[in-house]
Design a protein. Structure first.
Lengths: 190, 190
């Protein structure tokens, strides 16, 4: 790799030294989700089906936030939008993200219900729908608020949102996903 | 573009991707449910799960974004070949992925000590993370590159593929290899 100087931002050493500190920061944030999960061990032992829902609950909020942010970022880069709350496309984006959340979390509850029947650890469909939709939609609203704030904030500050803001927001939203999911599950089942 | 058109175009575009991620999430949830039995042997194991999954997204999402930009800019060809840029990008994400895995093991152990919660030995937690992190890195790097290159040649925009591929492969293989790592460490550290 003698041509290291010509590689610019593709040099392995540059990539590692740029990214590793950010990764450690992100880890520290998401560790809170792990602490919450560990505390809920008794609940998970009793209702194994909740564990089946955990990876989606942790990831889905971040995914929804990313969809919104990356669409807004592209529009900002193209100069087609400013921070304008009367922008109709902005609200179409927000509404679509919420509709996607409603679809995904309804499907998650249905999927978990089917798995519950198959592995012999059933929970009522109504309980699963309540848990999945209440926590899922709350996380979706948080993802929308944080996604909007982060995109416009970094745009104003002149930082490329793809580099730092989006990863931080996705990870923060993931933590909220876990906290709310465990909280709602405890209320419904505990 | 009016509200209704904007809404449906976003919804239709993002839904298939989210549903694929949901199937991956449910599968990894099933593996997590199986993993609950090992928590008694390795207390604190659950603290590491969300961080480990989220980190897969952070590390390989960055790799995917880089490869996707490189393909768009014509900087790298869509082939597995000894290209300096490709080798550097792959090497960097491998180093990042394995290093941060070890960091997760150490951070989780420290948090468990600080909270005064029961904890497996530091060496056990770090060994689990190192084994799971290394195996996941290898599969994710080659899987991601293979799908991105193949998709690009078929005319798909790699930008739209990165997120869902990373989330789905990361969830599925992350949890499977975590399970494998726990089984290995259970045998080795008697």
């Amino acid at each position: 790799m003698a041509a290291g100087a010509d590689l610019g931002s593709w040099d392995a050493r540059t990539i590692v030294s740029n990214m590793l500190p950010l990764l450690v920061v992100l880890c520290t944030i998401v560790l809170w989700a792990g602490i919450t999960l560990n505390e809920a061990e008794a609940l998970l032992d009793e209702y194994g089906l909740l564990a089946v829902m955990v990876p989606t609950m942790v990831g889905a909020g971040g995914n929804l936030g990313t969809i919104l942010s990356s669409r807004l970022t592209t529009r900002l880069h193209l100069g087609t939008t400013e921070l304008d709350l009367r922008d109709r496309v902005l609200w179409a984006n927000v509404a679509a993200v919420l509709a996607l959340a409603a679809t995904v979390f309804t499907t998650l509850a249905a999927g978990a219900w089917v798995i519950g029947q198959l592995i012999g650890a059933p929970l009522a469909l109504s309980a699963l729908l309540t848990i999945s939709l209440v926590s899922g939609m709350s996380v979706a609203v948080i993802a929308v608020v944080f996604g909007l704030a982060a995109t416009y904030g970094s745009y104003r500050l002149g930082i490329d949102p793809d580099d730092t803001t989006i990863p931080i927001v996705t990870n923060v939203v993931d933590v909220f996903g876990m906290l709310i999911f465990i909280g709602v599950s405890t209320l419904v089942l505990g | 573009m009016n509200f209704r058109e904007g809404f449906w175009s976003i919804y239709r575009e993002a839904l298939p991707v989210l549903l694929v991620a949901l199937v991956g999430g449910l599968f990894s949830g099933l593996v997590l449910e199986e993993l609950l039995e090992s928590v008694a042997r390795f207390p604190g194991l659950l603290v590491m799960v969300p961080v480990f999954l989220a980190t897969r997204g952070n590390v390989y999402g960055a790799l995917g974004g880089r490869i996707s930009s490189g393909l768009h800019q014509g900087l790298i060809p869509p082939e597995f070949e000894w290209n300096d840029r490709l080798v550097n990008a792959v090497l960097a994400s491998f180093v990042n992925g394995v290093t941060i895995s070890a960091v997760i093991g150490v951070l989780s152990w420290i948090v468990l000590q600080l909270l005064g919660w029961p904890s497996a030995a530091l060496s056990e937690l770090v060994a689990i993370m190192l084994i799971a992190g290394t195996l996941t890195s290898i599969v994710l790097i080659f899987g991601l590159l293979g799908i991105l290159f193949g998709g690009y040649k078929l005319g798909y925009d790699p930008d739209n593929l990165v997120g869902p591929i990373v989330t789905t492969l990361g969830d599925v293989f992350g949890m499977v290899f975590l399970f494998v790592a726990v089984a290995v460490v259970e045998v080795v550290f008697v």
